[in-house]
Design a protein around this ligand. Structure first.
Ligand SMILES: [Zn+2]
Length: 389
């Protein structure tokens, strides 16, 4: 099978340096004309994706070979494609090629690429910056982002990029509530961090907890934060209101908009929470041990659980890179490592005890255990054994 791949460009790295990636997410305030161009670009990206996918499918059925035509092939038949940033269309090609690549490699994990519909898929487009003699094609100004076709789009930065970061690509997207955002990806060359050697005192064991988000071996728990409860209560109130309203009426539309805004607000709060917690832990400890639990399976078990459980996988990834960039390590234990049934003091594996209760007493050494803290302690012990091996 022929698989066409875009060669990934390796950034040039000086000796003793590594490239880290940093993303800044900024709110965009496009003019009417710029917003119109964004809408056109979103539409063209969906269109080109669907055309390439349809032709890939046809070609595969006819010949058995995998081939994706490039966007340029469609421009004569669809002249409106010429009105938008060509880079955005190229990126759709790259994304589709990548989607097929991972699908062919592990079909049990990744789904076959699907057609995009305005109704279901997020409005977005991606463009890479290119360096020319005259300068890069995409760059930030004091209060905006210069894009290829749109010109300078007004933006609000909550953090400024550092002078030595190199803008790699941007993704412009629109939320369901109609707000525009831009994710800016930077290459950041940094000095290779010195590896940190952890000690038992500077190592933390963390266990995922349905009720507290996480529980640490020292008994610390994350939450759940108060904002989550408040936001969820508001959400329920709007839902109840909606169910009493006439669909299509002006009040109904207003309530729907409110609902969308609140949803986005919760997503932002959750992201903030995950970033803050992961930074706090990564800065405070030299190594963190966790179990490699399957988060997808877990969140299905708690369909009505809090809005955070879906974030635990993200939390783990955030922790990993925040530790790595300081030369520290995240130790992931096999997801079947027994942690709840073992006494963390005398190592006796319990059989007669109800270890699913929130507290239990070890029949051998008499220690009274909090179930989750005991599990976190075992995770730490296992992780330390791995670190010292
Ligand atoms: Zn014991």
């Amino acid at each position: 099978m022929e698989v066409r791949l875009e060669m990934a460009r390796k950034p040039k790295v000086a000796d003793g340096q590594v490239i880290q990636y940093t993303t800044l997410k900024v709110r965009l305030y496009p003019t009417e004309a710029q917003a119109e161009l964004f809408e056109k670009t979103f539409g063209c990206c969906r269109y080109i994706w669907n055309r390439m996918l349809a032709d890939q499918r046809r070609f595969y059925e006819e010949t058995g070979a995998h081939f994706i035509p490039t966007p340029a092939k469609y421009k004569n038949g669809a002249p409106f494609l010429k009105e938008v940033d060509n880079q955005a269309l190229t990126q759709e090609y790259n994304k589709l090629a990548q989607a097929f690549r991972v699908f062919f490699k592990s079909p049990e994990v990744f789904r076959h690429p699907k057609f995009k519909r305005k109704k279901d898929d997020r409005d977005s487009f991606t463009a890479c910056s290119h360096e020319f003699e005259s300068g890069p094609t995409i760059y930030t100004t004091r209060d905006g982002i210069r894009m290829t076709k749109a010109g300078i789009v007004k933006a609000k930065f909550s953090r400024r990029p550092q002078a030595w970061w190199k803008l790699k690509r941007i993704t412009v997207s629109k939320t369901k509530a109609g707000k525009y955002y831009c994710s800016i990806l930077y290459d950041c060359p940094v000095k290779k961090p010195e590896p940190v050697v952890p000690t038992p005192e500077t190592t933390l064991g963390l266990k995922y907890s349905m009720g507290h988000f996480y529980v640490a071996d020292n008994g610390e728990m994350a939450g759940p934060p108060r904002w989550l409860k408040q936001s969820r209560e508001k959400l329920v109130r709007i839902q109840q209101k909606l169910s009493r309203m006439e669909p299509g009426s002006r009040n109904y539309e207003q309530a729907v908009q409110k609902y969308r805004l609140l949803h986005e607000h919760i997503a932002n709060q959750r992201r903030d929470f995950l970033h803050k917690e992961s930074s706090r832990i990564a800065n405070g400890w030299d190594a963190v041990c966790m179990r490699d639990d399957d988060m997808r399976e877990m969140s299905q078990k708690v369909m009505l659980g809090n809005a955070l459980e879906a974030g635990f996988g993200t939390f783990r990834e955030l922790l990993r890179y925040k530790l790595e960039r300081q030369g520290k390590s995240l130790v992931l234990l096999d997801r079947y490592t027994p942690t709840t049934r073992t006494c963390s003091v005398c190592a006796m594996v319990q059989s007669g005890v109800d270890y699913t209760a929130s507290a239990w007493t070890c029949p051998k050494c008499g220690t009274i255990h909090n179930r989750e803290v005991n599990a976190a302690k075992n995770i730490k012990l296992e992780g330390l054994a791995r670190l010292c091996a």
